[in-house]
Design a protein around this ligand. Structure first.
Ligand code: C5P
Length: 284
């Protein structure tokens, strides 16, 4: 039996650069893994079935749409392995919330099932399988802080420690990612910012981040869901050094100096799901 932690991520800036001929969009973003995580238990089965039980969120079923099952099947198809797998998924990360929960679960299953089955497909194959499951799945195979371009699967690890406490707020709104990309409507393209430099400067003075680290989904998503703009404003009113939407929403995050600041700010959001967390530590 293997126990795995599948962390959530936030986007420290998310620029939609252009629409591509394949229907995807080139983006420019920094993915940052946080301590909030789902827990996954993997066990071999005597037969060759792949089964997934989900606890903590009944809107997910164990069918083929579950990214964990898709990950295990993709690994078997790529390697010819016929072993079975029992997956028990304890969800803490809200679904479809811009926090990458499903993608992180899939990446954890890819790595974990390879270990459990005693197969080593190699980093390149794992990355390809991950990218086939979803654009942000490859991030969860690697370093906890990375700049991502292309459709999000081309990654470069960043060697930085982010000390802030993070407050995540989600009002239960579901934003469909394909709709959000369509709504950005980046026909003529935009230039990509140097997000690494912006983040480095922001580590020294966080107030430099506001206005420089943007999420291109915000204008369209806020126009459709004005509550989200209000939540961002409320994060600033509650003392956030910086606030932004993660992914295509609907989770809003605020960065705070100290954990107690973030915990105190959380009391301003009754009725919303919230979590106070930190950036995941670098692996030495
Ligand atoms: O890759 P993933 O399955 O997560 O993407 C879901 C949808 O989001 C895609 O079908 C596409 O409509 C949109 N998308 C995009 N550009 C990206 C990532 C996702 O247009 N870089």
């Amino acid at each position: 039996m293997l126990e795995l932690r599948a962390p959530a991520k936030i986007n420290l800036g998310l620029e939609v650069i252009r629409r591509r001929p394949d229907g995807y969009h080139d983006i420019n973003t920094i993915f940052a893994a946080v301590d909030l995580h789902d827990t996954i238990f993997l066990k071999s089965r005597p037969d060759n079935a792949i089964d997934c039980r989900v606890e903590g969120n009944d809107s997910l079923t164990s069918d083929r749409n579950n990214l964990c099952v898709r990950a295990a099947e993709a690994l078997r198809n790529a390697t010819g392995c016929r072993r079975g797998l029992d997956i028990a998924l304890h969800k803490r990360i809200p679904m479809g919330a811009g926090l990458g929960g499903g993608s992180s679960d899939a990446a954890a299953v890819l790595k974990g099932a390879a270990t459990l089955w005693g197969i080593d497909p190699g980093d390149r194959v794992l990355h390809e399988l991950a990218a086939g499951i979803g654009s942000d799945v490859p991030f969860f195979l690697g370093a906890p802080l990375a700049i991502a371009v292309s459709r999000g699967e081309e990654l470069r690890a960043l060697d930085m420690n982010l000390p802030h406490a993070i407050l995540l707020i989600n009002p239960g709104i579901h934003v469909a990612t394909p709709w959000a990309y369509g709504a950005v409507n980046r026909g003529s393209g935009r230039s990509a910012s140097d997000l690494t430099t912006i983040l480095q400067r922001g580590l020294v003075s966080p107030d430099l981040l506001a206005g420089q680290l943007v999420n291109d989904f915000e204008p369209a998503v806020f126009a459709e869901y004005p509550l989200l703009r209000m939540l961002k404003e409320r994060l600033y009113e509650a003392g956030a050094l910086f606030a932004l939407m993660s992914g295509s929403g609907s989770t809003m995050f605020g960065l705070f100096q100290r954990m107690e600041d973030a915990l105190h700010a959380a009391t301003n959001f009754p009725g919303c799901w919230h979590a106070v967390t930190r950036f995941a530590a670098r692996r030495e």
